[in-house]
Design a protein around this ligand. Sequence first.
Ligand code: A3P
Length: 409
Amino acid sequence: MLDLCNKRWPRKLLLIACLLSVLVCVLISYRECCQPRRRDDSFMDWGRGRNMVRSVWDEEISETFLSGRRQYRMHLQQARYVDANYNIDVRDDLPANPGPLDPDRRARRDGVRRHRVRQTNPHNPLAFGYRDDEDRSSGTDATLNPLSSSLNATRKLPQVIIIGVKKGGTRALLEYLRLHPDIRAVGPEVHFFDRKYENGLEWYRRKMPPTIARQITMEKTPSYFITREVPARVYNMSRDVKLLVVVRDPVTRAISDYTQTVSKKNTKRFEELAFINNATGLVDTSWSAIRIGVYAKHLERWLQYFPLSQFMFVSGEELISNPGKEMGLVQNFLGIKKVVSEKHFYFNQTKGFPCLKKKEGSSSPHCLGRTKGRAHPDIEPNVIQRLRDFYRPFNMKFYQMTGRNFNWP
Ligand code: A3P
């Protein structure tokens, strides 16, 4: 072996082998360092993804991406709101729908929204998901309330109902109460106990907005107060329900009722409808505008089912002249913190009524619509006097029953 190595030709061979291996090394390092690099797989994926996003940017993906970001921003706002307040009512802070979408696209978009919010902040206790489909399909004012969904919001039967009276100021009361974060109310009148009772309690429950534990569910349907079957039906739903009745001087209320009828159809003069015989002055109690104002009679029926302590009789007059104070009494009765106060209202000279400085979920002033606060027709003073005489004993009885003197003339 040693002999072999000492010979000249194997040494040459060794040198060639060394040179060859150096050459190979140089080639390899050249390939590694200096040749243009081929895109690897992940780069290719990224490129493909980017192209895909770009190609459909104006379509679904751009929309879902944007709505996802918006949703997240909203999400943070909600969290801050919860920190700052002890309760929430965020549905009305939702940004406006970005634009018309067909139902399929909307469903897909919502699907991605849910996903994205979870991804963005998976540990946030407010991370939401729709609890059930009914939240989106029932069309109440709380259909898209991600936050209340996240806090185990459920639809409950109402614990408070504004049961009357028509033209008493029920809409004003509802709108004012909705400013309160502990109140969630159905906007439109539900008419369950008087017209849709056969739909069943489950139907009624589904009409309600989702609420979290400390929130009160409520609705208003003023015809409940005067409908014979309603007290028993409400009692069957819950014997603990609180009942709000907005009452107003029954003569003014009757004229307000008549004004509403006239605004919808041609009808006889008020005087002709109010009396069976104008000469004798016998009041026509079969005319609903008159009958509704006999509050004591209607209340008697309710008191067969509910104790007086479950009622609050809100003064329709005070709701106009001193809304902050009257709302204080209502919140006290409902056992909720006094949130709605004088500072929420201003008197609008043009409308001639109090308006809200800020509507629920908005920062601009808000007055009730044109159908609230209509100009009343002139009614002959002697007609008004006769109606006042008619109502007086019923009013006295009503003050006695309720323990509140409304001082109607
Ligand atoms: P008028 O339109 O006859 O004035 P309801 O909401 O129960 O139908 O009651 C309507 C009545 O609410 C109105 O009757 C009006 O007098 C009274 N009302 C109370 N507060 C009001 C407000 N802030 N704006 C308008 N109307 C109000």
